[in-house]
Design a protein. Structure first.
Lengths: 100, 150
């Protein structure tokens, strides 16, 4: 996962890209013949110092390798932003980035 | 052995201390599983929020008027409403719900995502205010190349 977190004033802007196929049920059926092969990110969350600052429940209709941006307050430069995603098959991925 | 026991107790206590922070967030796929299977926007909104009545103001939705690639349509959402959650729907894919954001303490409603749309259609944003009302924004756009076929 690629994460960029920049602080300006007291607002932190985050831009992140999760690497994921985001296969919908229709595509799974077309390519593999089985709808159950669909797999996509279902939940993305971000924390700083153990406090959740961003949360998104998602469906199969985010783009492939989805890019998402969000803003929040209440963190300082140098602190670590941790983003975690979970997909339908239960795989998870966690990445960290320092707020600059 | 005593020391080991003590340490594991400490680890448990630390884990318990983290629980309240994660409870402030909500996984809408687990709490509202039906909303993700709904085939119409209205049905999805009703299943998520209990009503589909919304006031069309206070929410800014920015997308291109014509999306060249339906596989990655940039969608920007902004609002100053004191809100609990923000949801994104569209009316052309097999199911309607795209994403639900939880607005947390310190969170600002200024999100951008990239989404897929099969063909030209309408994107609907619902912002659930802390006052219990739903606020919405809609935008109809043309999709030049459908994005659900991978």
């Amino acid at each position: 996962m690629k994460i960029k977190a920049r602080i300006k004033g007291d607002i932190i802007s985050v831009k992140a890209m999760a690497k994921h196929e985001m296969m919908t049920y229709d595509v799974a059926e077309k390519k593999t013949g089985d709808r159950n092969n669909a797999n996509y990110i279902t939940h993305i969350s971000a924390t700083v110092n153990g406090k959740t600052v961003f949360e998104m429940s998602t469906s199969q209709f985010l783009s492939k390798n989805p890019i998402f941006k969000f803003k929040f307050k209440g963190a300082a430069a140098g602190e670590k932003l941790i983003i975690t995603w979970v997909d339908l098959k239960g795989n998870t991925k966690t990445s960290k980035s320092k707020i600059k | 052995m005593q020391r080991r026991k003590f340490l594991s107790l400490g680890a448990l206590a630390a884990a318990a201390a983290f629980v309240p922070a994660s409870l402030s967030a909500e996984d809408y796929r687990k709490t509202k599983p039906d909303a993700w299977k709904a085939h119409t926007v209205e049905d999805a909104i009703t299943k998520l929020y209990g009503t589909s009545v919304s006031i069309e103001k206070g929410v800014k939705l920015t997308t291109p008027d014509v999306a060249a690639n339906g596989g990655a349509i940039p969608v920007d959402i902004k609002s100053d409403i004191d809100a609990k959650s923000v949801a994104v729907f569209q009316d052309v894919n097999p199911e309607s719900a795209v994403a639900v954001f939880t607005v947390l303490e310190g969170g600002i409603i200024d999100y951008s995502i990239k989404m897929k749309m099969k063909k030209s259609g309408t994107i609907t944003i619902i912002v659930e205010g802390k006052d219990g009302k739903l606020y919405s924004a809609k935008k109809t756009l043309d999709v030049a190349l459908g994005g659900c076929e991978g």
